[in-house]
Design a protein around this ligand. Structure first.
Ligand SMILES: [Zn+2]
Length: 89
């Protein structure tokens, strides 16, 4: 598995806000799939993804702190935001 790039909490909040705005826009304008607003670009390859998946990490022996893992599809770039970073903001 390739290394994930650590991102600040602000970036995660930006993704969440974008997702909410996008969902609203789709409902308000009754948009169909090909006309959906684009998702935020991947910070690594600057390509607009088809999907952004986020989940909490499972604690492991190497990393005992929790983090939010964010995966961009289909480019496959992965990012992580440590929970400590989120609590600070
Ligand atoms: Zn990418």
């Amino acid at each position: 598995m390739p290394d994930r790039i650590e991102m600040p909490a602000d970036w995660l909040r930006y993704l969440q806000q974008s997702a909410e705005q996008r969902a609203e826009e789709i409902v308000q304008n009754v948009l169909q799939a090909p006309d959906y607003p684009t998702l935020p670009d991947c910070p690594t390859c600057a390509v607009s993804p088809e999907r952004i998946v986020s989940r909490m990490s499972e604690p492991t022996f190497e990393q005992d702190w929790a983090a939010v893992l964010v995966d961009f599809k289909p480019c496959g770039h992965g990012f992580t935001v440590p929970e400590s970073e989120l609590l600070r903001g």
